[in-house]
Ligand binder design. Structure first.
Ligand code: NAD
Ligand code: ZN
Length: 343
């Protein structure tokens, strides 16, 4: 099969011929139709400090996928050959206290496909049947291929009650924009999204009708608050940039007792004005991955009931043209980039 591999340490990925994975008794084999390129894949392409410390070589990369089950391990029940599916790319252990309590997303032994284990940028993927998420007919393979990052957005956005609340999203990358869409969908009052990149803010306006998109290099959140007739500031903050100034600006723009969910990953240690957080009585929650499988359930239910994030996919390429796909992703002007493995 064709597979996109980190064959050796250093920059780049290589399309190789690899054996179709053999499945174990509790696995399924998935024929991949579409995959999404993630920021994580860019780190792996660039072979930065994180990637070189984390990713074993050689490794087939990629963790955002949709496809079809073509083989079932002998212990697998409840799934069928021909079933369209996506799946959770975090492979969890079952021994930890968290897993035994059903909080699978908090298992400390989690390993990621395309990061620690063979990934989905390939014509076939082996996945534990436990991780499979069947796709209803209404959800296309394109959307199926971006459920992993949509799941990050949903998990973060649903961390706090948003109904009637004023919500600030910092960072209009694909995940921030999808989180803004979720906040609108579930009934937030004002949803404001910030970035420093005007292309990304235009995309946000395009994907999420009614969102207020603010370029913080030109406009101040402190001016936006009275303009939207908010009395104090934002009730809920969703940090989706990993940028220190964005977090500082968010803390300043929150109301007393505000709640912040942080998905963005700062590049290193970054100073925080703790006294502002204490005196404003702000709650901060770190968010990792998706809830397994509650986020998947809610995300699919919302997609079936009118949540529309389709315009976040701005580029589509055949897998053979992966270099163009990665270039689009690195340009900072794309939304999600989807590769087609069916050709
Ligand atoms: P992205 O890099 O595409 O988007 C980040 C955006 O933040 C960019 O558009 C950038 O211009 C913007 N930004 C930079 N400085 C800013 C500022 N001062 N104010 C406002 N915006 C600013 O990333 P993404 O793929 O959308 O992911 C969002 C974040 O979530 C990233 O930090 C990523 O590493 C992180 N992430 C975390 C998890 C998790 O499990 N915690 C999972 C996936 C992604
Ligand atoms: Zn991803």
């Amino acid at each position: 099969m064709k597979a996109l591999c980190k064959s050796a340490p250093g920059e780049g990925l290589w399309m190789i011929e690899a054996p179709v994975p053999e499945i174990g008794p509790d696995d399924v084999l998935i024929r991949i139709n579409k995959t999404g390129i993630c920021g994580t894949d860019i780190h792996i392409w660039n072979w930065d400090d994180w990637a070189s410390a984390t990713v074993p070589v050689p490794l087939i990369t990629g963790h955002e996928f949709a496809g079809e089950i073509v083989e079932l391990g002998r212990n697998v029940s409840g799934l069928e050959i021909g079933q369209r599916c996506s799946g959770e790319g975090h492979l969890i252990g079952k021994a930890s206290r968290q897993s035994r309590a059903g909080k699978f997303h908090l298992d400390p032994a989690t390993r990621g496909i395309g990061v620690n284990e063979q990934g989905a940028f390939a014509q076939y993927l082996r996945l534990p049947a436990f991780n499979v998420v069947p796709l209803p007919d209404e959800i296309s393979d394109d959307i199926g291929a971006i459920l992993d990052p949509l799941g990050n957005a949903v998990h973060t956005a649903l961390s706090f009650d948003l109904v009637g609340e004023d919500v600030l999203v910092t960072g209009a990358g694909p995940i921030g924009i999808m989180a803004a869409a979720v906040a609108r969908h579930v009934g937030a009052r004002h949803v404001v999204i910030t970035d420093i990149n005007s292309d990304r803010l235009s995309l946000a306006r395009d994907v999420v009708p009614g969102v207020v998109a603010v370029n913080v290099t030109e406009d101040s959140l402190q001016d936006v608050i009275p303009r939207l007739k908010m009395t104090q500031g934002f009730d809920v903050g969703l940090e989706m940039s990993g940028n220190q100034q964005a977090l500082d600006g968010m803390v300043e723009a929150m109301t007393m007792g505000g709640r912040i969910a942080m998905l963005g990953i700062p590049p290193g240690k970054s100073p925080v004005d703790w006294s502002r957080i204490v005196f404003k009585a702000i709650t901060i929650k770190g968010v990792y991955g998706r809830e397994i499988f509650e986020t998947w359930y809610k995300m699919i239910a919302m997609l079936e009931n009118g949540l529309d994030v389709s315009k976040i996919i701005t580029h589509r390429f055949d897998a053979a043209d992966f270099e163009a796909g990665f270039a689009a992703m690195k340009s900072g002007q794309s939304g999600k980039v989807v590769l087609d493995w069916t050709g």
